[in-house]
Design a protein around this ligand. Structure first.
Ligand SMILES: Nc1ncnc2c1ncn2[C@@H]1O[C@H](COP(=O)(O)OP(=O)(O)O)[C@@H](O)[C@H]1O
Ligand SMILES: [Mg+2]
Length: 331
């Protein structure tokens, strides 16, 4: 047993939005822990609450509609929910960095990329402006941008998608965060560039023992990059555990459905999540029982009446299902 407490502990996190049509339960009771140097993959169809989960952890939610959040986010022993906005700003960027789903919108169009990195460094460290400018060039070099001194003087719109994503990563990693939350960091990129960016993330992670939450649609990316995986559906984690176990022997029927439609993890390492028949539920009026029951071909009567709890299954695994797939493949 590892005696050191995990770096990040998310406990029964709830993020609900107050909308004209009712209360939308975007994240509805998510718990997990993450230790230094480890990577947790978060997968699930579009709309399952992955991005809202990420934003909830770093406290960037729309103030006009977010209801008082439930649960705890304990980072390095501190409950982030108890911090004021000024303290939280210090944590963000310096200790926890986030790569947002859309890299272009997180870059400033009117500042050179060098200046943008310098700003982050000046905000969070006591480097002089000269030292920050030097460090910015080093960072661009570290993320594999050729001719970094020249590139530092350019603007984001002149760069390719892959180069921009490297800049975003350089900004995220400028202060050597202890936790990186990456929301679909390679979704917009072609397969070759995607592989390079993932390799880069892995290398930088190893160098700093950084923990990572990697949100992705891509099960191949999970298999390659992650230690553990959490499968989200309708705002909840419906299965989690070590990657190999979950991907090879899924128990929850939604995980199984996701995996079944991928012909082979090795034959299709970059296969995207397949489409499962039917649509995810309306999160304003979620079904009473298991939220996957209406689409599940294994569902029995009880499934639409009672919600299955996320229950531990040994070896760090847990799943929420009344009719789980068998633990061992029948011969
Ligand atoms: N700012 C917002 N205001 C209202 N609803 C939102 C907002 N952001 C996300 N949602 C809703 O929360 C749910 C989860 O969204 P999201 O976390 O973006 O899903 P994912 O990242 O898994 O595709 C969706 O139903 C989405 O429409
Ligand atoms: Mg998202």
């Amino acid at each position: 047993m590892d005696a050191t407490p995990p770096l990040l502990q998310v406990e029964d996190l709830q993020t609900h939005f107050d909308l004209p049509q009712g209360v939308l339960r975007a994240v509805d009771g998510v718990s997990f822990t993450l230790s230094a140097g480890r990577t947790l993959g978060v997968v699930g169809e579009s709309g399952s609450g992955k991005s809202v989960l990420a934003r909830s952890i770093i406290g960037l939610l729309p103030a006009d509609r977010t209801l008082t959040p439930g649960g705890r986010v304990v980072f390095d022993g501190r409950d982030l929910r108890q911090l004021g906005e000024a303290e939280m700003r210090q944590v963000r960027g310096r200790q926890i960095a986030m790569i947002f789903q859309d890299p272009l919108t997180s870059l400033n169009p009117v500042l050179t990329i060098g200046r943008q990195i310098e700003q982050v460094l000046r905000q969070h460290t006591d480097l002089s402006s000269k030292a920050a400018a030097e460090r910015a060039v080093e960072l661009l070099d570290e993320v594999g941008i050729p001719d970094p001194r020249q590139r530092a003087r350019e603007y984001a719109h002149r760069m390719s998608g892959g180069m921009r994503q490297r800049v975003v990563i350089a900004i995220a990693l400028a202060c050597k965060p202890r936790l990186l939350i990456a929301d679909e960091p390679t979704t917009a990129l072609d397969v070759t560039v995607q592989a390079q960016i993932l390799e880069l993330l892995r290398r930088l992670q190893d160098a700093h023992q950084m923990a990572m939450v990697l949100i992705t649609h891509n099960l191949g990316v999970v298999a390659e990059m992650c230690d553990d995986v959490a499968v989200m559906y309708a705002g909840r984690v419906v299965e989690r555990g070590p990657v190999a176990a979950v991907l090879q022997r899924p128990r929850m029927r939604y995980t199984q459905a996701l995996l079944e439609s991928v012909p082979s993890m090795t034959a299709a390492p970059h296969a995207r999540l397949p489409v499962i028949e039917g649509a995810p539920p309306d999160l304003v009026h979620p079904p009473a029982g298991c939220s996957f029951a209406p689409r599940c071909r294994h569902a029995v009567e009880n499934c639409s009446a009672q919600r299955p709890p996320l229950t531990g299954a040994g070896e760090g695994r847990a799943f929420a299902c009344w009719v789980p797939a068998p633990q061992f493949q029948e011969a």
